[in-house]
Design a protein around this ligand. Sequence first.
Ligand code: B12
Length: 334
Amino acid sequence: MLVHDSRVQPPQLERYSDIPLFNTKAVVSQTGVPAPTLRAWERRYGVLAPRRGENDYRLYSERDMAIIAWLRERIDSGLTISQAIALLHTLQQASHRAQRRQRASASPGDASADSAPVDASRLSLGDIGGDLLRDLIALDDAAAASAIAQAFAIYSVEEVCLALLQPTLARLGALWREGGVTVATEHFATALIRGRLESLFHSVPTPDDAPLALVGCAPGELHELGALMLALFLRRSGVRVAFLGQNVEPDGLLTTIEATRPACLLLSATMRSSAESLVEMGPRLAALGRRRPIFYVGGLAFQSDPDLAKRVQGAYLETEAPIAAHEIKRRLTA
Ligand code: B12
């Protein structure tokens, strides 16, 4: 069974030459990405490493060019550059895992789905997002489910979560604030999206022997989709995850931690009050001594007030959820 169900594939880098041949001008003209942007991707994200030719000019390979073209496509589909890079890492990992499984089983069966082509005539996530918002506001269950299904048929799980579901929910939240939609509509939308995310989460096979990560919401926190997305990304990257849902009560959580000895605890807070309630969690976890799981916090409350993170004795992952999932996986398997 394939974990990676997307039709968007990472660039097949091994097919391209690694010989540095092209100067910046050639790359700009072939990919349409301006030179300052290329330099920013190199400097900030380390995703490109052009070699230096005579006069210290940058020289790019065909392989670099494939990465640039791929990132550009993702950005055109609505991702930010950091989301696109996170997706690149996720898909590359998934593709390496699939190749390893294929070699191990010597079965060609899995390969066809994993190398399915990208649909050239695809709708952008922005277009699908417009339809989805309209369907959610109309409480049109079937149409909204079909818009989401359409997106999953074309884009990766990470792209759909970050560039379709999250922005659509944010637009819905903005409409609610202006009085344009009711809380009932918000509940309808979250129930529908949660259902889809949960079924994806449960369809990802999880290794029995991997270290356990607990993912849930801070005490008092009802916004659960961020934690659920993070749980999904983590599971897709091969981590054993138990999703605890909304409003995780501290006493019970500590008992569960003592009983199940997770390697990692991740709590999400959207509301400031929920984030504040985590301040007392740090010392209680520290009192567990060597049984203390690695403790991460994240979510909207910390994004809007980074000082809040300093008061919680957990590591704040100030980054996109798929990159956070990688970082956590790396720490758990180090
Ligand atoms: C749906 C919704 C609800 C639903 C939630 C249902 C549910 N089962 O989840 C309901 C109706 C219950 C609700 C209630 C409330 N809501 Co509300 N809600 C939203 C809405 C529309 C979407 C939230 C969402 O799911 N976003 C999508 C997820 C995927 O995004 P995310 O949480 O940011 O998660 C991402 C990252 O932050 C990150 N991440 C998240 N957690 C973690 C954790 C770690 C460790 C890491 C590494 C990363 C990470 O990864 C995720 C993927 O990228 C937002 C609008 C918005 N802008 O988000 C308002 C919003 C969050 N709500 C708001 C408010 C005010 C409320 C209420 C106070 C309203 C009220 N008066 O009752 C209550 C508070 C309830 C509570 N105690 O928690 C405000 C918050 C303003 C603020 N900052 O204070 C918002 C922003 C609406 C607005 N525009 O004003 N809400």
